[in-house]
Write a protein that binds this ligand. Structure first.
Ligand code: PBG
Length: 325
């Protein structure tokens, strides 16, 4: 009988040993909390397919932002849901639109204690639910949409956003937004580009959360889940156009993309753990099929281990409250 000389288990014997050699750690500042704000609500409204998440009122979103800051969360990503939608999504750049009002409220509440980020898109504001202006065939018109995104970016920066995050996957969107921000004097507002964004079934709960009316598809602009190299092309283009950070979305099913992107660029990389990833774990945990807290921490650790510096997650505040600072 011969015994092994190499004994990896030696370093796993106690929590202290495991902690000493852990290669990946979660820190509150790495986490970004998405928040939904709905125009015309008297009280927060639970989102059925995202247990624990709500559509906030203007009042309750301030409180949620303050709680996130107390927990040390690194950023807040705001999504406004207007009371009425129209064919070209004008509310998205209206200075009295719900996203602008909420950005101003939240920025006033938190000051510089965290990073307030506006999501640039039209899909919450259009009656057809598409991310931009439609052409005669009903497809999203790339260049007409760029002009709208530029207006949204300036409106959000004026309202007080510390950073903007274009999520529509239009070609040239980062460059168009950078030029518009610079021309309006917002040189210091960084862009976090949704750079590699896939056409995913896992956005389903989000579309309920923002009352999206989308019936068509996003497959003419969001990426095919079959492709990896295409993400490098998208990410490098965005960096070229002036992206200050790049994001991969969704996160958990695309860890190979996160790794390749992290190795390929020298700007910070974020990954978005999307609504369907959240809902899947919550639903399994509610049935007693997964141990909720362990599953959440494991999912977040895996995303950081793959190379994401920041993780956008609906659990940000909850988990940050429990992490050492
Ligand atoms: C677009 C946007 C979407 C998400 C974030 N920004 C939806 C989409 O592209 O259809 C999805 C986020 C999630 O599923 O958690 N406004």
């Amino acid at each position: 009988m011969s015994y092994p000389a190499e004994r990896p288990r030696r370093l796993r014997r106690t929590a202290a040993l495991r902690g000493l050699v852990a290669e990946t750690r979660l820190h509150p500042a790495d986490l970004i909390q998405p928040l939904f704000v709905r125009e015309g609500l008297d009280e927060p409204r639970p989102i059925a397919c995202m247990p624990g998440q709500v559509q906030h009122t203007r009042e309750s979103v301030r409180k949620a932002a303050a709680a996130a800051v107390r927990a040390g969360v690194g950023g807040l990503l705001l999504f406004g849901i207007p009371e009425t939608k129209d064919s070209d999504g004008r509310g998205a750049w209206d200075e009295h639109g719900i996203t602008q009002l909420a950005l101003a409220d939240v920025a006033a509440e938190v000051g510089d204690a965290t990073v307030v980020i506006g999501d640039i898109n039209l899909d919450e504001y259009t009656e057809h639910g598409h991310v931009g202006v439609l052409d005669a065939r009903g497809d999203v018109d790339n260049d007409a949409t760029l002009a709208a995104y530029a207006r949204v970016a300036v409106a959000q920066a004026r309202a007080g956003a510390h950073m903007v995050a274009p999520s529509g996957m239009m070609d040239g969107q980062v460059g168009a937004i950078r030029r518009a921000l610079d021309a309006a004097g917002h040189h210091n507002v960084p862009i976090m580009a949704y750079a590699a964004k896939y056409d995913s079934a896992f956005y389903g709960p989000f579309r309920d959360a923002v009352e999206s009316r989308l019936t068509g598809t996003r497959s003419t602009h969001q990426q095919d889940p079959a492709n990896l190299r295409e993400s490098l092309r998208e990410v490098l283009l965005d960096v070229d156009e002036g992206a200050d950070m790049v994001m991969v979305k969704p996160a958990g099913l695309y860890l190979d993309v996160v790794r390749r992107v992290a190795d390929a660029v020298n700007v910070p990389v974020a990954a978005y753990q999307v609504s369907g990833e959240y809902a899947a774990i919550e639903a399994a945990a509610a049935n007693g099929w997964l141990t909720r807290d362990r599953a959440i921490l494991e999912s977040l650790t895996a995303i950081r281990r793959a190379g994401a510096g920041s993780v956008i997650t609906y659990w940000a505040t909850e988990i940050a409250e429990r992490l050492p600072r």
